[in-house]
Design a protein around this ligand. Structure first.
Ligand SMILES: NC(=O)c1ccc[n+]([C@@H]2O[C@H](COP(=O)([O-])OP(=O)(O)OC[C@H]3O[C@@H](n4cnc5c(N)ncnc54)[C@H](OP(=O)(O)O)[C@@H]3O)[C@@H](O)[C@H]2O)c1
Length: 267
């Protein structure tokens, strides 16, 4: 599927991977609709362009997901590609965690995907389009200190795999992608045990994959109608070892995350 003249809707696109996806899709000739909670930030993120539609929407609210897709259809008459990108993360041990953090991540990462997909599905079926979930390695392998994040991404992938199989003979491609660590705002907004943003990143963001590279890989995958993409060799190895040597991987994953600055993990 060439994205030229296609209508692409992207959730969570005022920064990071979502913004890079929107800019790259525009350069491929698509008409692009984006949403985020903060409209002002969204407006500051994009130059004036007749091929871009900015919508204020919180995907944790079912009515906002439907309103976003209604706005896209009112403007361009259809949706060819939906990229469920909006997401938030966390860092805290489950034993110290307020349950509301887990609910909040499920509401955005999982329910946001479900509701926006439900809203866009009739148009996507009609147009033989594509539904994408921006998942994570955390959707293949439970990560310590990220119980809510991993749960939400596992749920997203289970939902999308079921849907993909339901739609197998309807000319719709359902795809999920697992970026590795990518430079973005996500670690600053990640929730701590009390549900407040941690406001710092434990990683050197300049050494991570850029959001632009991540976006290019996702859009190339959409054009080739891929099933899944696990982006990094570290991610591919993790997926393989989780099947072959899950007990060994428990220790590797623990040790990896215990080394992060201010890690909550202690032996
Ligand atoms: N960066 C990584 O290392 C990495 C790795 C694997 C997977 N991912 C996934 O990539 C996706 C994009 O993350 P990112 O790294 O680009 O993070 P980011 O820079 O923090 O961007 C997140 C975007 O989502 C929006 N958003 C957050 N909550 C929302 C809500 N309830 N409704 C609508 N929009 C919402 C934010 O804008 P507002 O705050 O204005 O709403 C922002 O535009 C996420 O699903 C994440 O899980 C990221």
């Amino acid at each position: 599927m060439n994205l030229n003249h296609k209508v692409v809707a992207i959730t969570g696109a005022s920064s990071g991977i979502g913004k890079a996806l929107a800019m790259d899709a525009l350069s491929r000739g698509a008409q692009v609709a984006v949403c985020a909670r903060n409209l002002e930030k969204l407006q500051q993120s994009y130059p004036q362009n007749e091929n871009i539609l900015l919508v204020q929407a919180d995907v944790s609210k079912e009515e906002d997901c439907f309103a976003f897709i209604d706005a896209v259809i009112a403007k361009w008459g259809k949706v060819d590609v939906l990229i469920n990108n909006a997401g938030n993360s966390m860092r805290a041990l489950f034993e110290e965690l307020d349950i509301k953090v887990l609910r909040e991540l499920m509401d955005v990462n999982f329910w946001g995907t479900v509701c926006t997909t439900k809203a866009a599905l009739p148009s996507i079926i009609k147009n033989g389009g594509t539904i994408v979930g921006v998942s994570s390695i955390a959707g293949y392998r439970g990560l310590p200190g990220r119980t809510g994040y991993s749960s939400s991404k596992f749920a997203m992938q289970g939902f999308l795999e079921s849907l993909r199989t339901e739609l197998l003979y309807k000319n719709v491609n359902v795809m999920w992608v697992a970026p590795g660590f990518t430079s973005s705002n996500i670690r600053n907004t990640a929730l701590a045990a009390d549900g407040k943003a941690q406001k710092e990143t434990p990683l050197d963001e300049s050494k991570l994959m850029s959001s632009e590279t991540c976006a290019r890989i996702i859009l190339d995958g959409i054009e080739k109608r891929k099933r899944t993409i696990v982006m990094t060799s570290q991610g591919k190895l993790t997926v393989l070892l989780s099947k072959l040597l899950p007990g060994f991987l428990d220790k590797m994953v623990f040790n990896h995350f215990a080394k992060e600055p201010n890690s909550p993990l202690k032996k």
